[in-house]
Design a protein around this ligand. Structure first.
Ligand SMILES: N[C@@H](CCC[C@H](N)C(=O)O)C(=O)O
Length: 296
């Protein structure tokens, strides 16, 4: 049983919110039930997910990246499951490092389960507003084969896009057509997503401008998903005849999410970049008695 006080922070990126647990030497055992309790909005701190901040060299999944990236984002979904990548999480993770004096404005490399991600922290404005953060999200993979998403009894064609984690993107005329999104939409064929799927519903707002809602694997409907916004951008560019690999020109889309706005560019070599805000909203100490009951 752990009784030592434990520091936490709370942050969000376009209202995709996270419990942040700094643990440089990877001393914490974080079983799924403990993560789910920390992310519980009534019985815990509350968050869509958890960012466990660990030195790459101290984590078995990241030690191989330690030469390139000092810090590893050990990301967990709100239900305690592990995910490969979290786009909003990377920005919030970088903001935490900046606030803690472990990173400065400018360039930074972070280790994730999807590989090393390059990050740029823009300059803080004169009024103190922190600069936006740009993340090199890697290349999208578009597995072959048709997929579809069924919600409220209506089946819609979707695009299978992998941004390090799996997404199904369905275009709709109206985001309300996604329904209440209380349950995971059904994605078929299930074999296309052996590890489950994040499901995005996207609607046009103007030229190179879309809006989306998302049901996240392991978290439910959230107010933003960075990898999901990138998946939507990539699917929209293919649909619009703007695939940079074909046109030879970068494509930039604005993606509105319920919690804000992200700007995403795909380059002719396939590299996807996402820019958006990230904010730390609180820091504190977990109650030792509560923690002893939650952590093994
Ligand atoms: N909110 C994230 C994605 C988090 C992981 C996802 N739920 C999964 O299981 O793949 C983002 O901003 O990308």
């Amino acid at each position: 049983m752990s009784t030592a006080p434990l520091a936490f922070l709370k942050g969000h990126g376009t209202e995709n919110d996270f419990v942040i647990l700094p643990d440089p030497e990877n001393r914490l055992d974080l079983p799924p039930a403990a993560v789910a309790r920390l992310c519980d909005r009534r019985a815990g701190i509350g968050g869509d997910g958890l960012l466990h901040v660990v030195r790459s060299a101290a984590h078995p999944e990241a030690a191989g990246m330690a030469g390139e990236a000092e810090w590893f984002m050990d990301y967990r979904n709100g239900d305690g499951s592990v995910a490969e990548m979290c786009g909003n999480g990377v920005r919030v993770f970088a903001r935490y490092l900046q606030r803690a004096g472990l990173a400065t404005e400018g360039d930074l490399a972070l280790a994730t389960r999807a590989g090393v991600r390059r990050v740029h922290i823009a300059k803080t404005a004169d009024d103190g507003t922190p600069g936006d953060i740009t993340v090199g999200m890697g290349r999208a993979r578009l597995p072959a084969g048709e997929v579809s998403v069924t919600v409220d009894g209506r089946r819609r064609p979707a695009r299978n896009v992998n941004m390090g984690n799996p997404h199904a993107v369905a275009f709709v005329e109206d985001l309300a057509h996604a329904g209440p999104l209380l349950d995971p939409p059904q994605v078929t064929p299930a074999a296309a997503y052996p590890e489950g799927a994040n499901v995005e519903f996207a609607a046009d707002r103007g030229p190179r401008h879309v809006a989306m809602r998302v049901h996240e694997r392991g978290s439910g409907e959230t107010r933003s998903c960075g990898t999901g916004a990138c998946a939507v951008m990539v699917a929209a560019a293919r649909r619009d005849g703007a695939d940079p690999a074909v046109t030879g020109r970068p494509a930039t889309y604005t993606v509105d999410v319920p919690g804000g706005r992200l700007v995403i560019t795909e380059h002719p070599d396939g590299a996807v970049e996402m820019t958006g805000p990230a904010e730390i909203v609180a820091e504190g100490t977990l109650d030792a008695r509560w923690l002893a009951a939650v952590l093994p």
